[in-house]
Design a protein around this ligand. Structure first.
Ligand SMILES: [Zn+2]
Length: 347
């Protein structure tokens, strides 16, 4: 149990870095990894590497390999989870399907779950846009009929509140903003939010570190946790950190074509040149990328350490020219996180 004691936080035992192997990691993912591991070091927490491989159609072996190489390059060493791609068989989310179904069954007990036969195309053709209008809500389709998705009836759901360690007081509806959202897919697999919540509870995660673009996911998962009676999840410390931005102010993401960290030397350099954390652009040009060869892959971690130090508010002029992991940890130690009040969560 996390406790606040004279402004100090104790009892944060376990956090996780949870990438999805559906693309190469980019600088935004590196920042999230560094902040996760940095806060874990600050609080003496263990880090689980949880690779979200539920959607097998999007997983590619080279993306899986990339995760291990990038972590290695950043000198980050998870305490728990797979150590290499071969160990993924043991840690795959597909081994935990029973847990996910148990959570789904808990949600069914609320009386809010119903089966839906609408296809995405049908909804698009009917002009419904992003918000599901509840077409199947009262059809009483059988939940055990194959090929149907399960949706959560969101009528009358109260918003959730949490004290975010970075953002302060937060209120949100998450996926309920899009109406009755899918919690189990047509193929029988749980939706991302169900799997992520179930895993966090099972592994005893009590520090959840995400980019600020994912605050809505937290709201969704808090909502599901409340419905399923998973109080432990609501007692976790949530940190939603700022995002690295490209020079044109866009967030870095796979879909926006952010350059991978760990591909060719030229793409590494391109990635570094495209980054624009406040005031640090001038430092990128004199950091040559490592040659792209086995055993010596990826760029120097220096630039990623610098990005995160600046995101945490460090003065770029005060940072060493080539900051090390130890330098970055000093920045974490100095940083006022979590903010007082982070633990007053009302589920
Ligand atoms: Zn439907």
């Amino acid at each position: 149990m996390v406790q606040k004691n004279g402004g100090k936080i104790s009892g944060i035992g376990q956090t996780r870095f949870a990438p999805t192997p559906s693309g190469f990691l980019h600088a935004g993912n590196a920042a999230n990894a560094l902040i996760t591991f940095g806060l874990a070091a600050k609080f003496g927490a263990k880090v689980l590497l949880r690779i979200d491989d539920l959607d097998a159609t999007r997983v590619r072996p080279e993306y899986l390999q990339d995760i291990f190489e990038v972590l290695d390059g950043l000198q980050l060493h998870p305490d728990q989870g797979p150590k290499n791609p071969a160990e993924m068989a043991e840690w795959s989310q597909h081994r935990r399907l029973k847990n996910y179904q148990q959570l789904l069954d808990q949600l069914v007990l609320t009386g809010r779950v119903y089966a839906c036969r609408c296809s995405r195309n049908q909804l698009l053709q009917a002009g419904y846009g992003g918000r599901y209008p509840g077409i199947c809500r009262h059809k009483n389709l059988p939940l055990d009929q194959p090929g149907l998705s399960w949706r959560l009836n969101t009528e009358g759901l109260e918003p959730v509140h949490w004290q975010d360690a970075w953002l302060g007081s937060q209120t949100g509806q998450g996926a309920a903003n899009e109406g009755d959202f899918v919690i189990r897919r047509k193929d029988g697999l749980p939706a991302y939010h169900v799997a992520s919540l179930s895993d966090d509870v099972q592994f005893g995660i009590n520090l959840i570190v995400r980019g600020q673009d994912l605050a809505g996911s937290t709201a969704t998962q808090l909502q599901l946790a409340r419905l399923a009676g998973l109080e432990a999840f609501g007692k976790a410390v949530f940190v939603h950190h700022p995002l690295l931005k490209s020079p044109d102010g866009q967030k870095l993401s796979k879909s926006a074509g952010a350059a991978a960290i760990n591909r060719t030397a030229s793409s590494n350099q391109a990635a570094e040149n495209r980054l624009s954390p406040a005031n640090s652009q001038s430092e990128t040009t004199n950091t040559p990328s490592a040659p792209h060869s086995p055993g010596n892959r990826g760029p120097s971690p220096t630039e990623h350490y610098r990005n995160v130090a600046v995101l945490l508010g460090a003065d770029p002029g005060q940072l060493p020219k080539e900051p090390t992991w130890a330098d970055l940890l000093e920045v974490f130690d100095a940083h006022d996180l979590p903010h007082p009040g982070a633990l007053h969560l009302s589920l």
